[in-house]
Design a protein. Structure first.
Length: 489
């Protein structure tokens, strides 16, 4: 981690970012330590030692953002209610995929001590529409919220292909720059909504009308005329304010709120350590952007891991780690959350997929959610000979689906491939359907992705099917000369 002097120097660079954050906060609940934003939890929390926001990836104790947090003494809070303490309570109340806030310190080596783990649902309500986006992905409307479900979504009580209109779902996940919830967890609560059943939503308020006592979250209209507003800083919700709303649905589809309360993603404005995974929700410049609504500042000391600064923009999935000062995340490290990266020149365009020069066996698919940026604004504008960088996910079906494609109109010799190893046979490996003979990689080209060098023998002895590797090479004609290969830690 950086020294206190480094942090002090970085804080002097906040400038306009702090002003912007305070301006936004002033519209919401004020800039500083008052209210929920000033404490790690409503009842006080653990001060400024550490805060982590991300999805649970596995248990034993609990893994979030690549850190294993010891939960032996942790208090577990679900939807504002204490659910016990310790490992047993964590495993009984939480599930893989749930997006949580972990309060407690952590180390660069990936070990943490959780004092409290907080989970709040992002929406609980009936499904209105189900729209397939390719064979893997669904775009749902859940009580006026756009929700994306794909094979990365941890599902409970329902299979992806069985999700249907009318079912009541609980959904957890970050929102993207368009306000869609990228579901990391979804659970079926009921086959149908019954009048009077409680529902809830968490999101930013818009279209606030104090006269009519109404506002919206996403496309959901909310009537707060009878609601308990004790959890708000002001007399009414503020436009842009992150809120949790509970109530019941009227036959018209309007949510009649019983309570409206301000929410704080991080639970504090200051922390010595902070880690947030999510999507770039606003991008003004590399030194002024937001991840899941949290302002981020970078400087010359920020390390960009597996991503170049110029590859970051609205819609990029990022994990940012650093410290928190007055609500602004001072980034020590920035890395992509997309597990797959592919870079090469376009060989062909077939329907909704790209084939790439030097990478036979690999097709990069796009859907209606794929962001196309750079020198093309739509998939239809991508042509053979263009140079592309695609960030996305590979599925068990063998398909690679891009979340973001950066397009340049001039071919380049650079080739990159990051993804899971599908097969190993001696020095030959298969990555995302591409066969690679590592015998051609120089001895000095083997390493750990975030560590030191390895010998060729050490690398191959460690390598297992399912491991993630990161390769870089150069095109000569249609052949790639691979220069480096790194094993993900």
């Amino acid at each position: 981690m950086k020294t206190s002097e480094d942090r002090a120097m970085k804080e002097t660079l906040l400038g306009l970012a702090i002003i912007l954050a305070c301006a936004v906060a002033a519209l919401v609940s004020g800039c500083g330590g008052g209210g929920p934003a000033g404490d790690l939890t409503a009842s006080g929390g653990i001060g400024g030692s550490g805060v982590t926001v991300g999805s649970v990836s596995k248990f034993g104790s609990i893994f979030v953002n690549g850190v294993e947090f010891d939960t032996a003494a942790a208090e577990i809070v679900v939807d504002g209610v204490a659910a016990g303490a310790g490992d047993a309570a964590a495993q009984a109340s939480l599930a893989v995929g749930m997006r949580v806030r972990v309060e407690g310190p952590f180390t660069e080596e990936g070990a943490g001590q959780a004092a409290r783990v907080v989970y709040n649902e992002d929406v609980i309500g009936p499904v209105g529409r189900v729209e397939p986006l390719g064979p893997e992905t669904l775009l749902l409307t859940v009580m006026g919220q756009a929700v994306v479900v794909d094979p990365e979504t941890a599902l409970a009580g329902v299979a992806r292909e069985a999700i249907a209109a009318g079912q009541v779902l609980e959904v957890s996940g970050p929102r993207d720059e368009a306000g869609r919830i990228l579901a990391s967890f979804a659970r079926k609560r009921a086959d149908a909504y019954a009048a009077g059943d409680p529902v809830q939503v968490r999101g930013n308020a818009s279209s606030v009308d104090p006269g009519l006592r109404t506002f919206r979250v996403g496309e959901l209209a909310i009537d707060y005329s009878l609601a308990d507003l004790g959890g708000l800083a002001g007399a009414d919700p503020a436009a842009g304010e992150l809120l949790e709303v509970k109530g019941v649905l009227e036959p018209s589809g309007v949510l009649l709120a019983s309570s409206v309360a301000a929410e704080s993603l991080l639970g504090t404005a200051d922390a010595e350590q902070a880690s947030v995974s999510g999507v770039v929700s606003r991008f003004a410049s590399l030194s002024s952007f937001e991840v899941s609504g949290v302002p981020v500042v970078t400087d010359a000391g920020t390390r960009f891991l597996r991503i170049l600064p110029e590859e970051i923009g609205a819609g990029t999935g990022l994990l940012v780690t650093g410290s928190l000062a007055r609500g602004v995340l001072l980034a020590d490290t920035v890395q992509p959350t997309a597990p797959v990266k592919v870079e090469s020149n376009v060989e062909g365009v077939d329907g909704g997929a790209l084939s790439l020069v030097g990478l036979p066996g690999l097709a990069v698919a796009a859907n209606d959610l794929t962001r196309i940026v750079g020198q093309a604004q739509s998939f239809a504008e991508i042509q053979p000979g263009d140079h592309v960088k695609a960030f996305g996910t590979s599925y068990a079906s063998g398909r690679v689906v891009a979340a973001r494609i950066i397009v340049q109109k001039n071919p380049k010799p650079q080739v990159a491939l990051r993804g899971p190893v599908g097969a190993v046979s001696g020095a030959t490996i298969e990555v995302l359907g591409v066969t690679i003979d590592t015998a051609g990689i120089p001895e000095e080209g083997f390493s750990l992705e975030e560590g030191g060098p390895l010998s060729r023998a050490e690398f191959l002895n460690r390598l297992r099917v399912g491991d993630t590797v990161n390769l870089n090479g150069t095109l000569t004609g249609a052949t790639v000369g691979w220069r480096t290969i790194a094993l993900a830690n």
